[in-house]
Design a protein around this ligand. Structure first.
Ligand code: ADP
Ligand code: MG
Length: 265
């Protein structure tokens, strides 16, 4: 649900980022500006190397822009904050800790109340169908289950803003479809603001309220597309249902054409 407030959840203003290595300087992002409203689900698509992960890392506070500014809830981002949850392509679960201890990791690092965090972690794991696996090790879980555990870990600290960097791309197609349905349901029930980065156009269209297309490096915002499925009625379709809606192929074609995928590197 979109909420209006004094500030957007995320305000990215004229952000430029240069990476410096001993060999070269890479202009990864050039003059990127983007607002995300509270409760909005925005997907960013672009070809590999266009700066999608760089943009999320900047919003997370792990990296500082070379020029421009980023605000989360009206406050300049200077360092990582517990109000922002960040989930990567690789689940980054620690192999030697049980699932519940992995989910509690963030809460531990932030020094949150242990009993409360544990209660919430157990609730989340049960809700995501992992109740029986709380005491298992990550190696005993399938890829989809591990990603759900990673999501539980991210949500355990109750962030208001979620940054998802290709969270499904390591999974097989079926698991990916099922998981994107589950995750969309979880996130809309929790009313979170989400920025999802993906190179999968179908995933972006089926999950997001708005799709942002980035150009090749240096990454710039090329266009944006508000997504709506009036043929489905007033209710929002699940990602799986969205893929079957009459509007879906048109969005897909438009965004595909903008991605310049036919251009050779
Ligand atoms: P994407 O996530 O869209 O694939 P990235 O944000 O990872 O793109 O990378 C954008 C560009 O910046 C690429 O050319 C990449 O090689 C370069 N890059 C990314 N991280 C670093 C880094 N830590 N040091 C130097 N160059 C980097
Ligand atoms: Mg990336």
């Amino acid at each position: 649900m979109l909420q209006t407030g004094p500030f957007p959840a995320v305000a990215i203003r004229d952000v430029t980022l240069n990476y410096f290595t001993p060999e070269r300087e890479t202009l990864a992002l050039s003059n990127v500006s983007l607002d995300v409203a509270k409760g909005e689900f925005v997907a960013i698509v672009g070809s590999s190397g266009c700066g999608k992960s760089t943009l999320l890392t900047l919003v997370s506070g792990l990296l500082t822009p070379s020029r421009g500014s980023i605000q989360v809830d009206g406050i300049e981002v200077k360092a990582p904050s517990p109000r922002v949850g960040y989930m990567f392509q690789k689940d980054t679960l620690l192999d030697w800790r049980s699932i519940i201890d992995n989910v509690l990791l963030g809460a531990e690092l932030l020094g949150l109340d242990r009993r409360r965090a544990r209660q919430r972690a157990e609730e989340l794991l049960k809700r995501y169908g992992l109740g029986e696996f709380m005491h298992s090790l990550p190696s005993q879980l399938s890829g989809g289950m591990r990603q759900r555990a990673a999501l539980a870990r991210t949500l355990c600290c109750e962030p208001e803003l979620l940054l998802l960097d290709e969270p499904f791309s390591a999974l097989d197609y079926q698991t990916r479809l099922a998981l994107s349905d589950e995750i969309a349901a979880i996130l809309s029930a929790e009313g979170k603001t989400v920025v999802l980065v993906t190179h999968d156009i179908g995933e972006a269209i089926s999950m997001a309220d708005r799709v942002i297309v980035m150009s090749r490096r240096p990454g710039r915002i090329k266009s944006e597309h508000k997504i709506a499925f009036p043929s489905f009625g007033a209710k929002r379709p699940t990602p799986f249902e969205a893929r079957k809606c009459a509007e879906f192929p048109q969005y897909f074609q438009t965004i595909w054409d903008e991605l310049d995928l036919h251009e050779v590197h």
